[in-house]
Design a protein around this ligand. Structure first.
Ligand code: C2O
Ligand code: CU
Ligand code: CU
Length: 418
């Protein structure tokens, strides 16, 4: 049911079979279907009621990544749903237009459940997104792209066990919205791509063929102040970016490819020409400067590799509160990726229940496309990233590396907000 003030959804985690390749189908998991899940469209101010249901043979949870909501609704490891059980999730949307997502988060099984196919999207709309003259026809000029990598075995099954890596399981086959070699038929107009890195561990550097420029209009938690012109955007696991590709210079029969390095992510096939051309709005959003004067600074050090990954020397313990913060208080989170002799990698650092601002990377102002709302930020080896973090909801929230194997291996901690 749907109204301006209230909306109801049912999200069921279930097992199914998906035909990715010719021959045998693949055993997969999905929400309300065999692979991935629906787009839940909600509005700022709306009361959202989601009946979650677990039809899997094992426990799962339903985590709303990027949603500002009370922690007892957030579906972290404290809120597993047993097989054949349901859990009611109710919250009011208290944030601006953004592309968010949802996925399982049960203790120790997040990586394999996401790999098997559990992930869906949440589009938040608001008055600003209504007013902005942007492409917004779903499947016509506005496409979400959940980008993932998978390995298939000889029987066409996902080979998670066989390719498991405690530092992140990578695949040799790119899937976009569950499709291999995807293409879309479009007009030669502005096309909006909502990029979601839904991989367990792989980083993507998206660009157009021939290094054509595009415009990033949104980061994880909402629109940027202005479109940012780029030739590439890197997303680590969990991060999102909305980009606009201008096809007005192309003609019917031509194709422009979205790439990750040398790999094709998506072909934009122009099958129709139009003379109605939009221009991008010059201003997209009003993002307040973070107020950090006199703010406390807290340090979070990411270190270790493989099964030894940790935050501030500790591995996740459900019964330990690692940090405390007051409601509506702004604290500077100084997140450091320690290089050690065991090696080092980029850790995508994610905090539940909040959208934060990136203050600096190694003391330097972040690039323009990181000056909007974020819930996940890449922290490179040896780097220190400063974040302005203000919680507007109470409870106990997770923060963790979004390489899902690192999360499962304990690179996760909890902050109590009171
Ligand atoms: Cu996208 Cu704690 O997760
Ligand atoms: Cu999350
Ligand atoms: Cu990590």
């Amino acid at each position: 049911s749907e109204s301006a003030t209230e909306i109801t959804y049912t999200v069921t985690a279930q097992a199914g079979e998906t035909a990715f390749l010719d021959g045998e189908t693949t055993q997969t998991l999905g929400y309300n279907g065999s692979y991935l899940g629906p787009v839940l469209v909600v509005r700022e101010g709306q009361e959202v009621h989601i009946k979650t249901e677990n039809q899997l043979a094992e426990a799962t949870s339903f985590h709303w990544h990027g949603v500002k909501l009370p922690s007892d609704m957030d579906g972290g490891p404290h809120h597993p749903v047993s097989p054949n059980e349901t859990m009611q999730v109710d919250f009011t949307v208290k944030q601006e237009a953004a592309t968010l997502w949802f996925h399982p988060h049960a203790l120790g099984t997040t990586a394999k459940q996401v790999y098997a196919g559990l992930a869906g999207l949440i589009f938040v709309e608001d008055d600003n997104s209504d007013q902005l003259d942007l492409p917004k026809d779903y499947g016509v000029n506005d496409f979400p792209l959940i980008v993932q990598d998978r390995t298939f075995d000889a029987d066409n099954q996902f080979d998670y066990e066989g390719t498991y890596n405690p530092d992140g399981t990578y695949g040799d086959t790119l899937l976009v919205n569950g499709t291999i070699n995807p293409y879309v038929a479009v007009k030669n107009e502005l096309i909006r791509l909502r990029l979601v890195n839904g991989s367990n561990a792989r980083n993507y550097t998206f660009g157009l063929e021939n290094a054509a420029t595009f415009h990033q209009i949104a980061s994880d938690g909402g629109f940027l102040e202005q479109p940012v012109t780029l030739t590439s955007v890197t997303l680590t696991p969990g991060e999102r970016a909305e980009i606009i590709v201008d096809l007005s210079a192309y003609s019917e029969g031509e194709t422009l490819k979205l790439m990750d390095g040398n790999a094709t992510v998506l072909s934009l096939n122009i099958t129709e020409e139009t003379d109605v051309q939009k221009t991008l709005p010059a201003t997209l959003n009003d993002i307040p400067e973070p107020t950090t004067e006199g703010a406390a600074v807290k340090q979070f050090t990411l270190s270790g590799m493989s099964f030894m990954v940790n935050i501030n020397g500790n591995q996740f313990d459900m019964n330990r509160i690692d940090s405390e913060q007051r409601l509506n208080e702004t604290v500077i989170w100084e997140v450091h990726n320690a290089q050690d002799m065991m090696g080092s990698m980029v850790h995508p650092f994610h905090i539940h229940g909040v959208q934060f601002q990136v203050l600096s990377r190694d003391g330097v102002e972040p690039p323009q496309n990181e000056q909007g709302w974020k819930d996940t930020v890449a922290v490179y080896p040896g780097e220190t990233v400063r974040l302005a973090v203000t919680f507007s909801e109470k409870g106990v929230f997770m923060y963790h590396c979004h390489i899902l194997e690192h999360e499962d291996n304990g690179m996760m901690a909890q902050v109590s907000v009171q």
